[in-house]
Design a binder for this molecule. Structure first.
Ligand code: OOG
Ligand code: MG
Length: 259
């Protein structure tokens, strides 16, 4: 089939908003590149912004080996975070979702702009206002949560919802690579990990985020949030589930899943 990026973006938008699965793009369109996929992502996100959603930040994905292995994609990706994806309370409604999974993350919140190909970890610390424990809800629109690199980028890196804990922390309060995380599902330990799972240290994920954005003419703007990537593998959730995520020294998030 001939490639029309706007029509592919339109197709993804319809599946995202209707919460219906679609077949992988790469099975149906030949020759889609990573650059095409980011352009599809951008066009799709623009649809939401035309309807009033605000761009509130960015997310890195597939920044840990465990996650890369579990989906069979071996490089980090990024996606847009929109105001409409943010949960105000730690309650996740299944409305608008297909087969959601949740994962613990460390979020950075920025006070100043970060851009350019040569950004360093030092620049990131200088620009960071605070760090916040977070949970991301991913929900691939592809059948069986199965995709290739190009598919998942086009689908905005599976973004669906995210929640930031109430309490923010100084970025210097702890070694973020040594923050241990325990995720329980209905009282049973489901996943454990440490910040180092994220590219060795979550700050490296922000450096990578800025470099990738620079390639696409974008930046981290003051006030934005960046989700640095799942610290553990994501777990499937269903109505009635309660997920508790303890971040050592940084409190806990208790997320209730409802219909
Ligand atoms: C892609 C998104 C991965 C993360 O933090 O690694 C992601 C997926 O697994 O669906 O958000
Ligand atoms: Mg994630």
């Amino acid at each position: 089939m001939a490639l029309s990026l706007p029509s592919i973006a339109d197709e993804l938008y319809r599946h995202q908003t209707a919460a219906t699965e679609l077949k992988k793009l790469t099975l149906r369109y030949e020759g889609l590149t990573v650059d095409d996929a980011y352009e599809i992502q951008r066009l799709t996100m623009q649809r939401y912004m035309v309807e009033g959603a605000r761009l509130v930040g960015w997310k890195m994905g597939l920044t840990s080996k465990a996650k890369q292995r579990s989906v069979g994609v071996d490089e980090p990706i990024f996606g847009h975070l929109l105001s409409t994806m943010e949960l105000e309370r730690p309650v996740l409604s299944m409305q608008g979702l297909i087969h959601p999974r949740v994962e613990p993350e460390i979020a950075f919140v920025f006070r100043s702009r970060l851009e350019g190909p040569n950004v360093t970890a030092r620049d990131v610390w200088l620009a960071t206002e605070c760090v916040v424990p977070a949970v991301e809800v991913i929900d691939s629109r592809y059948e069986n949560f199965s995709f290739t690199l190009v598919d998942v980028i086009a689908d905005n890196a599976s973004s669906a919802r995210f929640y930031l804990a109430d309490q923010a922390y100084s970025p210097y309060a702890f070694r973020l690579d040594e923050v241990g995380v325990v995720m329980r599902l209905n009282g049973d330990v489901a996943q454990t990990g440490a910040g180092a799972a994220v590219l060795g240290h979550p700050v490296r994920s922000v450096v990578e985020q800025v470099r990738m954005l620079t390639r696409f003419g974008a930046a981290i703007e003051p006030g934005m949030v960046v989700l640095t990537g799942g610290i553990t593998e994501a777990i499937y959730v269903h109505p009635g589930d309660r997920v508790e995520i303890a971040f050592a020294g940084m409190g806990a998030i208790e997320l209730d899943v409802i219909d």
